[in-house]
Design a protein around this ligand. Structure first.
Ligand SMILES: C=C(O[C@@H]1C=C(C(=O)O)C=C[C@H]1O)C(=O)O
Length: 376
């Protein structure tokens, strides 16, 4: 048997040669980039890459090496594309996102829409973000809030996007794709659900509980302990409190905030209903113009990718390679394409950063329907 040191020396020699060859190859791909810049050709050439992968596979001698050589070349070509995008960015040829950068966005005199009725958590989020005497109005659905922005009735809308225990508010992700609006801010609110009934009601009277489906989900543990309670979904927690008040029935209760107890004159029958005592909801602030602040720190995007092995991995490599931290990923089914998904990703950074522009440029070449949802 050969000595370990001896084998490792041989490995080191081979690696040295590989690096030398890799660098030569990268020089060639930089020349390809110059050619593509002068002819206006796209960086990513899928057909050429497919042909190269097949050729590389055919040159390897056994099944294991065929598979691994293919994977190796997928990486090498992904690196060469990234270098080419970098050359485009260095030469100022990267397509800049169609967003206006402002020193500071002015939220004074804003007219704001939220979904639900007074006392909704969205109203609390709005007050926290815009101040308590903001000019505001409320609508019935999240879609109505998006429409109010589209029609110019409101400058900003406040929409829940994620809860720390129930997860993403999926409908609002879909609305962000459907409407050409832009996220300009976010506000996190602590959610403290309580059980509310009529002033004369006792906990033992309750057999019907009204709330928003998200709130019912967030309080599932306590609801499991009371299987005899009928759970009924309504549009909003505050709408539920209002209904209990208006129906005037002792057997009805609502899961809502303490704020709504005061607002509708209801009694708190039980506190701390959430499964998770640290229950927070993140709200986004949406507007009709594509704007961002120069100090904005988070970029939200979405895109569609081909339904094939490794494609998400390839997309995420753009963040890794550009040193960008990804803070959230979410997927939603694409309507009309069963089992295909649209990905929503949040990254740290600003649209003015070279690294962000470089990653977005790569993604826009290699995904379809890349959309920047906002920088805030
Ligand atoms: C270098 C090129 O650009 C890209 C990278 C490739 C590679 O590294 O071999 C192949 C195709 C392109 O996606 C090229 O077009 O030849």
């Amino acid at each position: 048997m050969k000595d370990l040191l001896e084998i490792r020396e041989e490995i080191d020699r081979i690696d040295g040669q590989m690096i030398e060859l890799y660098e030569k190859r990268m020089e060639c791909t930089a020349q390809v980039a110059e050619y593509k810049i002068s002819t206006g050709k796209k960086i990513f050439d899928k057909e050429r890459e497919q042909a190269k992968l097949e050729k590389a596979e055919s040159l390897a001698s056994n099944t294991f090496n065929k598979r691994s050589v293919r994977e190796l070349f997928e990486h090498i070509m992904s690196m060469s594309r990234k270098r080419q995008y970098q050359i485009l960015t260095e030469q100022g040829l990267t397509k800049k996102p169609d967003f206006i950068c402002e020193d500071k966005l002015d939220f004074t005199k804003a007219r704001v829409v939220f979904q639900g009725v007074e006392g909704a958590y969205s109203e609390a989020a709005m007050k926290e973000f815009f101040g308590s005497d903001t000019d505001s109005f409320h609508v019935e659905t999240w879609r109505d809030a998006m429409e109010a922005i589209k029609n110019g009735e409101a400058d900003y809308a406040v929409l829940p996007i994620e809860n720390s225990s129930a997860g993403s508010v999926r409908e609002n992700y879909d609305l962000l794709v459907e409407y050409d609006h832009c996220i300009v801010g976010e506000q996190i609110i602590k959610i403290e659900h309580v059980l509310l009934g009529l002033p004369e009601a006792e906990l033992s009277d309750i057999d019907q509980v009204y709330s928003h489906p998200q709130a019912l989900m967030q309080c599932s543990k306590i609801l499991e302990e009371h299987r005899d309670w009928e759970k009924i979904s309504l549009k909003n927690t505050a709408v539920s409190a209002k209904k209990v008040k208006e129906d005037g029935k002792k057997n009805q209760a609502a899961i809502a905030s303490k704020l709504t107890a005061e607002l509708y004159g209801l009694k708190i029958l039980k506190e701390n209903l959430s499964n998770n005592a640290d229950n927070y909801t993140r709200f986004i602030i949406v507007t009709g113009k594509h704007v961002f602040e120069k100090d904005a720190k988070k970029v939200s995007i979405c895109f569609e990718i081909p339904h094939q092995s490794g494609s998400l991995y390839q997309m995420i490599s753009h963040f890794i390679f550009n040193g960008i931290n990804m803070t959230k990923i979410e997927s939603r089914p694409i309507q009309g394409k069963n089992w295909e998904y649209r990905f929503f990703i949040d990254i740290e950074g600003n649209l003015n950063d070279g690294a962000v522009q470089n990653a977005l440029n790569g993604l826009s070449e290699e995904t379809s329907k890349l959309k920047i949802l906002g920088n805030y």
